[in-house]
Unconditional design. Structure first.
Length: 298
C-alpha cells in the first residue's frame, strides 16, 4: 500500500505514516518500501509479533508501569487487568517470574499524604474526547476573576501529575485542571490534532515555565549546620560552620512562611523587606510568649 492509501485507511496524515514506518523499521519490524508509480510499503510475508522477544528488563518495566488507580479513573481498570493477564500468559516462564516479583514488590501511589483525591467526574468524557478528536464545550472554574468561564476545547492529551489530572487543549495549547471543569458538553465537532504536537515535550516546557514564573525574587540566608533547603544555590561555608546560600522564592509572603518553619536554624540577610518582616513576627512571638505568666504559665 502507498503512504497515501495507508493515511486514508488509518485516518492520519501522510507525514504521520512516514514517521511511523520509520519508527517501526527502527524497532525491527520488517517493513519494506518501493519507490515509483507502482511502489508502496510491504510487510514481510508471514511476519508475526512475538511477545517472547521481550527482555527481562522490558518485562519488569511493563509490569512496573501498570498504574491501576489512574486506569480505573479513566474507566480502563478492567481493561488494564485483562491486558496484563494476557501479556503474562504469553511470557516465557523465566520472564513471568521476574514480572510477578516486580508487581509483588513495587506499588505506585502518586498523591501526597496530605492531598485528598480530587473529584474528577468528567475525566472519562474528557479522555474519550482526547482519543476520538472531538471538541468539548466546558464551564471552567479558574483561580482569578472572572472565575467561571465558558471554553471551547480541542483536547490534545491528558497528563497525571502528583495525583491530579490535567488536559492540554487547543487553541494555544493551554493547560486545564480536569477537576475544575464544572460542566461538560460533548459535541459532534471533530478537530485535527497538530501532527507536530508532542505532549511530553509540551509538558516539560510547561513545567519549566511554571517554575520560572514562580521564582520572582531571591533571598540570601545563612543556614545552621545540618540545616538544608532544596532550592538553595551558591553554597559558601563560613568560619562558624554556618552556610551562606541564595534561595529563589515566589513571593516575600511565601518565603516568610517557609523560613519561619526552620526556626533558629536560619538567618535571613536579604532582601531587607523579608528580613524585617521575619523580625516583626519574631518580636510579636517573643512578646506573646514572654507574657505567659499572665495566662497561667509558671
Amino acid at each position: 500500500m502507498t503512504a497515501a492509501q495507508l493515511a486514508e485507511e488509518l485516518e492520519v496524515s501522510v507525514r504521520t505514516i512516514y514517521r511511523d514506518v520509520e519508527a517501526l523499521s527502527a524497532a525491527g519490524v520488517p517493513l519494506y518500501g518501493d519507490a515509483g508509480h507502482a511502489g508502496g510499503y510491504r510487510l514481510l510475508d508471514g511476519y508475526r509479533t512475538r511477545l517472547t522477544g521481550l527482555t527481562t528488563d522490558e518485562a519488569e518495566a511493563l509490569f512496573l508501569a501498570g498504574v491501576p488507580g489512574p486506569a480505573a479513573e479513566l474507566g480502563l481498570g478492567s481493561v488494564l487487568a485483562a491486558a496484563q493477564l494476557k501479556v503474562r500468559a504469553a511470557l516465557p516462564p523465566e520472564l513471568r517470574t521476574h514480572a510477578d516479583r516486580i508487581s509483588g514488590r513495587f506499588h505506585l501511589d502518586a498523591p501526597g499524604w496530605y492531598a485528598g483525591a480530587d473529584e474528577t467526574p468528567h475525566l472519562p468524557a474528557v479522555a474519550d474526547a482526547v482519543w476520538n478528536g472531538r471538541v468539548l464545550r466546558v464551564r471552567y472554574r479558574r483561580w482569578r476573576e472572572p472565575t467561571d468561564v465558558e471554553r471551547r476545547l480541542e483536547p490534545y492529551g491528558l497528563v497525571l501529575k502528583a495525583g491530579r489530572w490535567y488536559v492540554v487543549a487547543g487553541p494555544g495549547p493551554r493547560t486545564y485542571r480536569v477537576d475544575q471543569i464544572l460542566r461538560l458538553a460533548d459535541t459532534d465537532e471533530e478537530f485535527t490534532r497538530p501532527d507536530d504536537f508532542d505532549l511530553a515535550a509540551y509538558w516539560t516546557a510547561y513545567q519549566r515555565d511554571f517554575h520560572d514564573r514562580l521564582r520572582t525574587g531571591e533571598a540570601v540566608v545563612r543556614l545552621a549546620p545540618g540545616v538544608t533547603l532544596d532550592r538553595a544555590v551558591d553554597h559558601r561555608t563560613e568560619k562558624d560552620g554556618w552556610t551562606r546560600v541564595s534561595v529563589p522564592f515566589e513571593s516575600v509572603d511565601h518565603a516568610h512562611a517557609e523560613f519561619l518553619r526552620l526556626g533558629t536554624g536560619i538567618e535571613v540577610l536579604a532582601p531587607t523587606e523579608l528580613r524585617e518582616k521575619i523580625a516583626r513576627t519574631v518580636a510579636e512571638l517573643a512578646e506573646r510568649y514572654g507574657n505567659s505568666r499572665e495566662h497561667g504559665g509558671d
